[in-house]
Design a protein around this ligand. Structure first.
Ligand SMILES: Cc1ncc(COP(=O)(O)O)c(C=O)c1O
Length: 359
């Protein structure tokens, strides 16, 4: 079967070139006679892979020297606990509630720290990003936590809040590497790999040096930033194959022209879809215009009874995983970096045809 256009929210599409390179090297990596999966994580070849991956990520995101890059496991969900365990000082933290993932982050943090919900869009069913101004931030908060892109609701921060001296922590799972960002505005950035980085199982944490080494005493060794920072992410066996595929993805992003080019293409894809939805009387975007994500685009039709038909017919045409999250309903197109413009064009063509048949 030919490859499909996969609109899944994650794990999601990887660039075909990356998959083909991994395939070509699968059984014999660089003449070693071994797969990357079989290489010792302390071997010379794997050392080249992990340092190469880190250097490429640093280059792509312009990560300043006073930040460490950690390759860990446990997903973004594990960072929900690691963040308070590493950053707790005064005992309270500010959270911005922008949807399901923010709520999960807050629920977990409450086990370790007092959580202040300083802004929320729950009153609008999370269809917008609430304003977060410096005066809302508690001066003795240990950190402010935001979810930069809300995978389920399809919203994203278009401006990064200024939190003054209080470190800003971001769950960037669904928009890391999708556009240029200024890393120096953040204390910690974390992301599960399975959208724009590589296979599930790898988690990337970017953390400013001064926030390392202050974990609470009872913090498990594996959740302490210091453990991974001091060992170059080699305290125990890292997700080696995931790091290898991530390196291939970083090389692919570089070959596309880096984040400036990637951002331009992502904006083009998102605009194409939003513009089509805007002129249609049939489809509707539930998200406020100034809060729209360029990665995850939910849309609804007037009669929910046709949702299942839409999803099934789309699938028959090679357009996969368009079902909206159960908490939002309707449809959702996740168009991460690896989704080509042609995939979005094919989706719009299908939507036009479906609109004609069901209006
Ligand atoms: C914004 C966001 N945060 C956190 C998570 C959870 O990530 P993980 O499955 O890596 O724990 C996801 C997963 O889709 C997500 O989209």
């Amino acid at each position: 079967m030919d490859r499909v256009y996969n609109f899944s929210a994650g794990p999601s599409m990887l660039p075909l070139e990356v998959l083909e390179q991994a395939q070509s090297e699968l059984t014999n990596y660089k003449g070693s006679g071994m797969s990357v999966m079989e290489l010792s994580h302390r071997s010379k070849l794997f050392t080249e892979i992990i340092t190469g991956a880190e250097n490429l990520l640093r280059e792509l995101m312009h990560i300043p020297d006073n930040y460490k890059v950690l390759f860990v496991q446990g997903g973004a969900s594990q960072q929900f606990a690691a963040i308070p365990l590493n950053l707790k000082k005064n005992g309270q933290a500010d959270y911005v509630n922008t949807g399901s993932w923010s709520k999960k982050a807050m629920k977990e943090a409450k086990k370790f720290i007092e959580v202040n919900e300083i802004a929320s869009s729950e009153d609008g069913n999370f269809t917008y990003i609430p304003s977060v101004t410096a005066d809302k931030v508690k001066s003795d908060a240990d950190y402010v936590h935001i979810t930069t892109n809300n995978t389920i609701e399809g919203t994203a921060f278009r401006n990064i809040p200024d939190t003054g001296d209080v470190p800003l922590v971001a769950d960037m799972s669904s928009n890391i590497l999708s556009e240029e960002i200024d890393v120096s505005k953040f204390g910690v950035i974390y992301a599960g790999a399975q959208k724009n980085i590589g296979p599930a199982g790898l988690t990337v944490v970017i953390v400013r040096d001064d926030l390392i080494g202050h974990a609470v005493e009872e913090c498990p060794t594996m959740l302490d930033f210091k453990t991974h920072s001091e060992s170059g992410s080699l305290y125990n066996t890292p997700p080696t194959f995931g790091v290898y595929v991530a390196k291939l993805v970083f090389e692919w992003i570089q070959a596309q022209g880096g984040l400036t080019a990637i951002q331009k293409r992502n904006e083009k894809k998102a605009n194409m879809l939003y513009e089509y939805i805007a002129q249609s009387d049939f489809y509707h975007s539930p998200v406020k215009e100034d809060s729209r994500s360029i990665m995850n685009i939910p849309f609804v039709v007037p009669n929910h009874d046709v949702d299942a038909t839409f999803i099934q017919k789309a699938q028959e045409e090679g357009l996969e995983t368009l079902k909206g999250h159960r908490s939002v309903g309707g449809m959702r197109a996740s168009i991460y970096n690896a989704m080509p413009v042609e995939g979005v064009e094919a989706l719009i063509e299908f939507m036009k045809k479906f609109e004609k048949e069901h209006q």
